[in-house]
Design a protein around this ligand. Structure first.
Ligand code: AMP
Length: 226
C-alpha cells in the first residue's frame, strides 16, 4: 500500500497521517524529518539543506528529489506513506516517473482541505500546557478551547510557542502550499488528474471537521471502518 498525503501546516495532517501509517503498517517517509536527520548528523547534504530550512524556503530540487526517491527505494518495499513531498510540480512529475520506472503503484492520495485563513488561525491559536505538552488547547478551535486562560484538561498554565506566533514564517510556508500554479496544491492537482483518469484514488477531506469525524471519513474511504 503506497499513499501520498497533502495538507497545509495547521490542518492536522500529522494526526491523520499517524492513523494511516498505523492502520496499514506503512513506512512513514517524511521529507522534513529526513532533512532534520541529515542536519542533526552534520552530513554534507544536511549542511547544504540547513540554510534553506532556516529561512523557511524549499530545499532545491536537485538535493530534495534524489534524496526522497532514494529513501523510497530503500525503505518503501513494504509500503509507504509519503508526507511533505511533493511540494511542487517538478517533484510531482519526477515522483510519478520514478514510480512508473520501478513498477510502484500509488494506491491513494489524501488531501486535507483547509482555507488558508483558518490554517493560519489554527497555528496561531495553539497553546501549550505547562504540565503536559500533549494536552491539546487552541483558542480558535471550539472543541479544544482553553478554560478561560488555563488548560482545558488539567487547569495548568498555558503558553504559545514562539514559532507558532511568527506570522511571516507561517505566511511563507502557506505561500508555497497554496500556490496552485507551481506549489504544493499544483502537485496535489497533478495527482487529482491521475485519479480522474483511474490511475489512483483521491480522498479529499474537509479539515474543518473534528479530528474524530475526519478520522471516521478517512478510515471509511480507505475501506477500514472504525
Ligand atoms: P517540514 O517538516 O515538512 O515542514 O520540512 C522542514 C523543511 O524541510 C522545509 O521548510 C523545507 O526547507 C525542507 N523540505 C521538506 N520537504 C521538502 C520538499 N519536498 N521540498 C523542498 N524542501 C523541503
Amino acid at each position: 500500500m503506497n499513499i501520498l498525503i497533502f495538507g497545509p501546516n495547521g490542518s492536522g495532517k500529522g494526526t491523520q497521517g499517524a492513523l494511516i501509517k498505523q492502520a496499514f503498517g506503512l513506512a512513514h517517509i517524511e521529507s522534513g524529518a529526513i532533512f532534520r536527520e541529515h542536519v542533526g548528523g552534520g552530513t554534507p547534504l544536511g549542511k547544504r539543506a540547513k540554510a534553506y530550512m532556516d529561512k523557511g524556503e524549499l530545499v532545491p530540487d536537485d538535493i530534495t528529489i534524489p534524496m526522497v526517491l532514494e529513501t523510497l527505494e530503500q525503505r518503501g518495499a513494504t509500503g509507504w506513506l509519503l508526507d511533505g513531498f511533493p511540494r511542487n510540480m517538478a517533484q510531482a512529475e519526477q515522483l510519478y516517473d520514478a514510480m512508473h520506472r520501478q513498477g510502484m503503484k500509488l494506491d491513494y492520495v489524501v488531501e486535507i482541505e483547509l482555507p488558508r485563513e483558518v490554517a493560519k488561525n489554527r497555528i496561531m491559536g495553539r497553546r501549550v500546557c505547562r504540565n503536559d505538552g500533549n494536552h491539546p488547547n487552541n483558542i480558535f478551535i471550539d472543541a479544544i478551547k482553553p478554560q478561560g486562560d488555563v488548560c482545558r484538561v488539567c487547569g495548568g498554565a498555558l503558553s504559545a510557542r514562539a514559532d507558532d506566533q511568527d506570522e511571516e514564517a507561517i505566511n511563507k510556508r502557506h505561500d508555497i502550499y497554496y500556490d496552485e500554479k507551481n506549489g504544493t496544491l499544483a502537485a496535489a492537482r497533478f495527482f487529482k488528474r491521475l485519479a480522474d483518469q483511474g490511475e489512483t484514488r483521491y480522498i479529499a477531506l474537509d479539515g474543518q471537521g473534528s479530528i474524530e469525524s475526519i478520522q471516521a471519513t478517512l478510515l471509511g474511504a480507505l475501506g477500514l471502518k472504525k
